[in-house]
Structure formats: structure tokens, C-alpha cells
Ligand binder design. Sequence first.
Ligand SMILES: Nc1ncnc2c1ncn2[C@@H]1O[C@H](COP(=O)(O)OP(=O)(O)OP(=O)(O)O)[C@@H](O)[C@H]1O
Length: 334
Amino acid sequence: MKIIKVENLKKEFIIYEKEPGLKGVIKSFYNAKKIVKKAVDDVSFTIQQGEIVGYIGPNGAGKSTTIKMLTGILTPTSGEVRVDGIIPYQKRTVNAKKIGVVFGQRTQLWWDLPLIESFTVLKEIYQISDADYKERLAYFSALFGLDEFIKQPVRQLSLGQRMKADIVASLLHNPKLLFLDEPTIGLDVIAKENIRKTLKEIHEKYQTTIILTTHDLADIEELCDRIMMIDQGKIIYDGSLETIKAKFGSKKIVCFTLKNDSEIDLGVFETLKKKDPDLTVSLENKALTVIFNKLKINVGDIIGPVLKQTEVLDIDISDDHLENIIKAIYKNGL
Ligand SMILES: Nc1ncnc2c1ncn2[C@@H]1O[C@H](COP(=O)(O)OP(=O)(O)OP(=O)(O)O)[C@@H](O)[C@H]1O
């Protein structure tokens, strides 16, 4: 079942540009230059109930603007947006009951209240029944270990605890749809893992549809089957992670750890560069790294000449990281 339908959605902002300095300020009173910024530029997509979709793109691409239109905070310039059959900006309160929102960068909780009291306020706002509230809170407490900090005021919580608290707050009313904006930002590796694992469990239990915006691609790799990539207001990719990897992940990385007193003549790679002009070689502290296109060169063609020349202690072969693949797409397009 479709939960989100977006068609030819556009959001334009009018920006008035001023010249720098005091003179610019005075001048801008009279004739500021008017610029139309197309933050979201003719975007269409649908999302099915239960999907976890990663919404990614470089800074300023239009992610937050899209999410704000889906949550009803912003009214589109043109186009259609429907969340569970509702037009969000026309029925913000009805929409709010169907959705949960987590902003990694700021909390939605009451700063000075003990966490448990924030939860009871939300219980009233969303009119959650006693039985549902009890059942959900017990479930989330066990999952996130809330007991440890539930009586503390929110301002005293660590970033990881605060993030868990915000996720619970967004889910207490069991929304059909959850928006997560950078849910692991600033967390250490273990805390990130913990959040991802827990989100997966929650998704399995409640089948919540999740839209995740993040710059941390490990979030995407672990949670999402589908990614939508936006750049300069336009969706430039909508599909599976596997397809992106298969299509653009043609680079392989071979790292050799050379023996301490060994020497190597990097000239051996010159002939290979004729086959793959993008091949790169770097040698740092006896670590020799070769990055090449696996469709143009075999791993054996890299390893053979090195082993012939010098003594090697270790060889590590890996595919290109998703992060590099996405960076290249942002830079060069699809
Ligand atoms: N209220 C506003 N007034 C004017 N311009 C805006 C406004 N909100 C966003 N923009 C512009 O619209 C474009 C898209 O911004 P948006 O916040 O949607 O990007 P984003 O993809 O969420 O970026 P980030 O990853 O940095 O959060 C940017 O160029 C931004 O400067």
C-alpha cells in the first residue's frame, strides 16, 4: 500500500541578495537583487508502507525542504504531496498523528523536564491509551535501556541517550511513518551501531515506514533497501543500493604491506596505466596502495609484478567503499 505520493513537487525560495558591507545594506533597501532558489525542482516518487528509504544528497541538495513538505511545515510552490491520503500542509494536526520526526541535531523534548515527564506529556498530546503507553514504554525501555536515565532531565543526557530518548518520543504514538534526520550524527561507533540495530528491531515489530536522511552511509548500508539521491533539487537516482554498487563500484583497492627493508620501483605500474588511466599508486610507510578499475585490470596483474620485485608481508584486497562511490556520483553525476 502506498503511504507517500509526491508528484511534480516544487519548492522555490525567494532570496534577496545584497552586496557586502554597509553600502550594500543601504543599497539593498532600494534595489536588492531577487534570486529564485529552486530548492526542490519537480520531484516525483511514491513510497510503500513498510519501506525504509535512505534519502541522500550533498549539502543544500533539497532533502530537508522535501521532508518539511511531507511533514506539513512547508507549503509547496506547486505539485502534489500526499501522506497516507492527506495533504500535509492542509491538515497538519491529522498528519502529525500519523508521523514521527527525529532531528539528530536538536531535541524535540522538554529540556528541563525529567525524560519520563516528557513522555507523559506526549501521552496526553497524542491521547495514547494507558494500556498502549504502558506496553510501548516497557518495550522501548528494554530495547534502549531507558531505566538508566529516564528520571534525569533531558539537558543532562549524553548525546547517545538523548538520541534514544528522541527516537522513543517520536514512536510512542506508534506512527505509520517515521522521519529520521541524521539519527546517528555525533555518536561514537558503538552508539551508532546500537541505534541502527534498535531501529531495525522497531521496524520489524511495527512495520513503520522510515525515511532516513543522513550523510553517514553506514546508516544507509545497514538499514535501507532503497535509496533516493537528490542533487540541486532533482532526484538523480531512485533504486536499490546493489544497483548503485554494481554500476559504479568498479574500483578495487589492493594494499600491500612491504617488508621493512624492501625496495620497489613504481615504474612497474606505467604499462598498467595505459589500460586504466585512472589507476593510482601511493606508497606510505611501507604501505603500498593501488586503486584500479577491476573491469579493465585483473587483480593478478597488480599482485604479480609486485611480488616479483619485492618481499611482501601482507596483502589486503577490497572493493571500493560506498562512501567513495557516492562522492564520485555527487562530483561527476550519474
Ligand atoms: N527558508 C529558506 N529560505 C531560502 N532558502 C532556503 C530556505 N530553506 C532552504 N533554502 C535553500 O534551499 C536549498 C536546499 O536546502 P535544504 O535545507 O533542503 O538542503 P539539504 O539537502 O537538507 O542540505 P543539508 O544536507 O545541508 O541539510 C539550499 O540552497 C538552501 O540554502
